[in-house]
Design a protein around this ligand. Structure first.
Ligand SMILES: [Zn+2]
Length: 177
């Protein structure tokens, strides 16, 4: 079975010809479920044409390469939703529902874009998000939360982000926009 969560970074070079992508260049991403995890491959247009037949057509998309801005200075204050999500994805003990809610929060803030929804072999739903600025792929298993469970999880997330009102996470990363 695939890993439950994962981040796959966008490559800076084409997998086929090893040429570095340039700003605003069109490129193609294939995300393959290899059984024991996901493999992400980025191609330039030409290499994509040569290689597309070897990929599942449901796990590919086209993007425009964006050279990411230099990282913002680390805020000393509260944890951001994105920082927390990246940390939790590295943590084998992390709660699936919290990871999912963080991803949804970041999607609402337009930090993440949902690229596709896959159904795993066991019937569970896996959502693939792309980070708007870094174009990393976030592979997140949807825990299928019931409506009445949402409030509890959201409160847990708000607590992890430094407490306060439920509106706090939305304001955390505003200055990055
Ligand atoms: Zn290429």
């Amino acid at each position: 079975m695939a890993q439950e969560w994962n981040i796959k970074s966008r490559s800076a070079v084409c997998k086929g010809c090893q040429t570095a992508f340039s700003d605003r260049q069109e490129f193609y991403t294939a995300l393959n479920d290899c059984g024991d995890g996901y493999e992400r491959i980025d191609y330039c247009r030409e290499c994509w044409r040569k290689n597309q037949d070897s990929h599942n057509p449901h796990s590919m998309w086209r993007s425009t390469f964006i050279v990411p801005p230099p990282p913002a200075p680390e805020p000393l204050k509260k944890e951001t939703a994105e920082g927390l999500l990246r940390k939790m994805i590295e943590d084998d003990e992390a709660r699936a529902d919290v990871i999912y809610i963080l991803a949804v929060m970041l999607e609402r803030k337009k930090v993440l874009i949902e690229r596709e929804v896959q159904t795993a072999d066991d019937g569970s739903i896996v959502r693939i998000y792309e980070h708007r600025a870094t174009q990393d792929s976030f592979i997140i298993r949807d825990p299928g939360l019931k409506l009445h469970e949402l409030d509890d999880v959201q409160q847990a997330v708000v607590d992890m982000l430094g407490g306060g009102k439920a509106a706090a996470p939305a304001a955390c990363e505003e200055r990055r926009d």
